[in-house]
Write a protein that binds this ligand. Structure first.
Ligand SMILES: Cc1cc2nc3c(=O)[nH]c(=O)nc-3n(C[C@H](O)[C@H](O)[C@H](O)COP(=O)(O)OP(=O)(O)OC[C@H]3O[C@@H](n4cnc5c(N)ncnc54)[C@H](O)[C@@H]3O)c2cc1C
Length: 291
């Protein structure tokens, strides 16, 4: 129903570039022209067949080719369940390595998104296994998980390239902090840990992925106070969310990357964006009713 209603589609396009790779490439070109780096996600998760998983990997390889051909600045950000993690690690790993190999050929990072806790161990495990051959692999940790403090220490030992986000899935209180203030405080603590001298000396590069102004300011201030070069960390935001902050962040001299999602399978991503902010849902329903 959502896909058929023109008013609904317009609202979806606030967060999703479009259904085709071309739509994402056009948005990326526009953002690059504003001095912003990008990440690109071909939407999809939990594929059911090896053919679908291979198709997803192929889409990333193709989009990397187009990014290079058009001289755009964008790196893939992908989900392992889109590459077949539910079908076994071997299927997923072969697909991931195909994308990583294409990325390595053009010196491009590949971010491996973090999904629900059903996948945390498998995702971090696979990341650690591919990293020796693919230093262009980057991973993600979620500040809402109680376990993340321990995961972060392991990633620091590896000198990893890591995105720190708050976390977007529904998790039980034994696994995730139920209170938003606890999540925010944990985020601030983990960010400090990545900025610590020993982590930086090991080569850690952190993507501070949040739209939370207070945390972005904290990253800026910590970077300055600790003398961390501007090219040793970046702020990351999602397409369509708090774009009014972009100018201020870059004016502060910070690197900013905007993640641009595209694809026909936008439903799960779109629902997570609505769920994060009840105001979005109210706005969306009003928008539909008005039409
Ligand atoms: C680049 C990037 C990559 C991500 N990758 C992952 C991942 O791999 N795994 C994962 O679990 N999560 C991922 N996330 C999502 C993340 O975990 C959060 O769910 C999401 O970023 C919202 O949290 P926040 O840090 O912006 O803080 P919040 O405290 O939720 O939001 C701060 C402010 O940002 C604005 N805002 C936040 N979300 C929205 C929204 N949906 N619509 C409108 N305004 C909004 C509001 O003004 C809000 O007050 C990613 C986020 C980013 C930016």
């Amino acid at each position: 129903m959502l896909a058929r209603l023109p008013a609904a589609r317009r609202f979806v396009h606030r967060f999703v570039a479009g259904e085709r790779a071309e739509d994402a490439l056009e948005v990326i070109a526009r953002l690059n022209a504003q001095g912003l780096r990008c990440a690109v996600t071909h939407l999809g998760e939990n594929v059911a067949t090896p053919a679908d998983a291979a198709h997803a990997a192929r889409a990333y390889v193709d989009v990397l080719g187009e990014i290079e051909r058009r001289r755009l600045s964008a790196v893939p950000s992908l989900k392992l369940t889109h590459l077949g993690l539910d079908l076994g690690e071997a299927v997923c790993r072969a697909n991931l390595e195909a994308v990583l190999a294409r990325g390595r050929a053009s010196s491009t990072l590949v971010w491996i998104d973090m999904e629900s806790t059903a996948y945390t161990d498998r995702t971090l495990g696979l990341y650690a296994r591919v990293r020796p051959s693919f230093p262009n692999a980057a991973c993600v940790v979620q500040a809402y998980l109680r376990r993340t403090e321990t995961d972060v220490e392991r990633l620091i030992e590896l000198g990893a390239t890591v995105r720190l986000c708050k976390g977007a899935y529904r998790e039980p209180p034994e696994l995730a902090f139920p209170d938003k203030r606890q999540v925010d405080a944990n985020y601030a603590r983990l960010m400090d840990r990545f900025f610590a001298a020993d982590a930086q000396a090991r080569g850690v590069y952190v993507g501070v992925a949040t739209h939370d102004e207070r945390l972005i300011a904290q990253a800026r201030d910590a970077g300055r106070a600790k003398g961390i070069a501007r090219d040793r960390f970046e702020i990351q935001m999602l397409y369509g969310i708090r774009s009014a902050l972009h100018g201020r962040i870059t004016a502060d001299g910070l690197r900013l990357r905007v993640l641009v999602p595209y694809g026909e399978d936008w439903y799960g991503y779109f629902m997570r964006r609505l769920a994060e902010r009840p105001a979005n849902l109210i706005f969306f329903l009003r928008h539909l009713l008005r039409r």
